[in-house]
Design a protein around this ligand. Structure first.
Ligand SMILES: Cc1ncc(COP(=O)(O)O)c(C=O)c1O
Length: 418
């Protein structure tokens, strides 16, 4: 047996943290998100890279009023531990919001999460086993791929057109019994595309036929600049009602919502809406993860939804619509035929531009930043595999209109230089 040694007697050698990390850590590649956020924050760069709300548009006065009301109404309870199921007042407000849109939602169908990023993580942990198949669109939200990839899933990729996922691809994927179909249904990150009503009905029908849950990520739902969109969650509720059934018993759509884009990302308030059996399973997982989301923030969010959201949302829709219009116009004007495809989003933060196949946008990015002072998110990291290398995501949310015009002009110059 070796005698115990003091630290002084121990030989000094370098220690490799990298080899100590778990397999899961190694599979979770964060380079795409880090690169995008790093570029987005460089001074002097006109950045279309990050999907951030404009900090100047965040509701500072409303949130400070809500904070005072919460502290005077709930006192110490607002600062105390709480339960994993979340604050009742918030579940109540969120179910009201959902019902107003036509869903069939009770507070027991809601669990608040720490941003919808945590919602995706909890869903993955609730439904996925290592190596399982999952269905995703191509492209899809990079932050979800980062979570799923830790499970080494077999990705079943579904192509999209301007109405959303292509039905023959959806059916082919569902036949392989994925754990779920994850889809950003409205003003998608990264393309800005929204699933049409008709396509949505068909997708819900297919998921019921093959008994595959839909995980609907609707992070941008409230940011509509034209007609108000209909979620798959509501489409399903309507279809269920028409056949005399209830969401609680027969729902297959698990809905992920967030206040990050329409209140404050820093408060980290999101939620999952699901049949109560799923909510209970998630509450159990959540207890092991973070006990509960911040109580104070949940109370503030409830107060904000009750008294300020409608008015505030009207205002930011006007501001972001102006930016969307400018971005679409400037792409036409300055990129012209260089943009072989450009989406026309009805809301959200993003345009998706495909350029000449010869141009690899990941290679263009450093040139565009260093020589032309403009950044974008290259398209490739938004694909689970078989990435398109000639695409880019342009986020118009965090630049005033005149900068959007200037930035896209510079982007045109960067593309012309290739
Ligand atoms: C589609 C989508 N889902 C989820 C998230 C995560 O949002 P949250 O800030 O609520 O965690 C984002 C953030 O950009 C997103 O674009």
């Amino acid at each position: 047996m070796q005698a115990a040694r003091t630290l002084e007697q121990t030989e000094c050698h370098s220690f490799s943290w990298q080899s100590s990390f778990s397999q899961k850590r190694r599979l979770m590649d964060d380079s795409g998100i880090r690169a995008i956020l790093g570029i987005a924050s460089r001074p002097g760069i006109l950045s279309f890279a990050g999907g951030l709300p404009d900090p100047k548009l965040l509701p500072l006065d409303e949130i400070s009023e809500c904070s005072r009301t919460v502290l005077s109404t709930y006192g110490h309870a607002a600062l105390q531990y709480g339960v994993s199921d979340g604050v009742n007042a918030l579940a109540h407000e969120l179910s009201r919001l959902s019902n107003r849109k036509g869903a069939d939602c009770a507070p027991l169908n809601i669990i608040p999460t720490t941003g919808s990023q945590q919602g995706i993580d909890l869903i993955a942990n609730a439904f996925l086993n290592q190596g399982d198949p999952i269905a995703v669109t191509s492209p899809t939200y990079l932050g979800a791929l980062q979570i799923f990839s830790a499970f080494e899933p077999r990705y079943l990729q579904i192509s999209c057109d301007d109405e959303g996922p292509i039905l023959s691809d959806v059916e082919a994927a569902l036949k392989q019994r994925p754990a779920f179909f994850y889809v950003v249904s409205i003003f998608q990150n990264p393309t800005g595309i929204t699933i049409s009503r008709k396509r949505g009905e068909a997708i819900v029908g297919l998921c019921h036929a093959y008994d595959v849950p839909i995980v609907e990520d609707a992070a941008y739902q409230e940011l509509f600049y034209d007609a108000e969109p209909v979620s798959l969650r509501v489409t399903e509720s309507e279809l269920l009602r028409a056949s005399g059934r209830r969401y609680e018993d027969d729902g297959r759509v698990i809905y992920l919502g967030t206040l990050s884009k329409v209140m404050s990302p820093g408060l980290r308030v999101g939620w999952i809406e699901a049949p109560s059996a799923v909510v209970r399973a998630i509450a159990c997982l959540k207890q092991g993860t973070d006990l509960h989301s911040g109580i104070m923030n949940q109370f503030i969010a409830a107060e904000f939804l009750r008294n300020h959201a409608d008015e505030y949302w009207k205002g930011i829709r006007v501001a972001y619509k102006e930016r969307r219009d400018q971005a679409v116009y400037s792409v036409k004007q300055h990129l012209g035929s260089l943009a072989q495809r450009c989406t026309s989003p009805q809301g959200g933060f993003f345009l998706w531009v495909e350029v000449d196949q010869k141009i690899d946008t990941a290679q263009l990015l450093p040139i565009s930043v260093e020589r032309f002072g403009v950044a974008f998110a290259p398209g490739a990291p938004f694909f689970a595999s078989h990435a398109t290398s000639n695409a880019m995501r342009l986020s118009f949310s965090n630049l005033p209109v005149e900068m959007i015009e200037r930035g896209i002009k510079s982007l045109g110059e960067a593309l012309h230089s290739q």
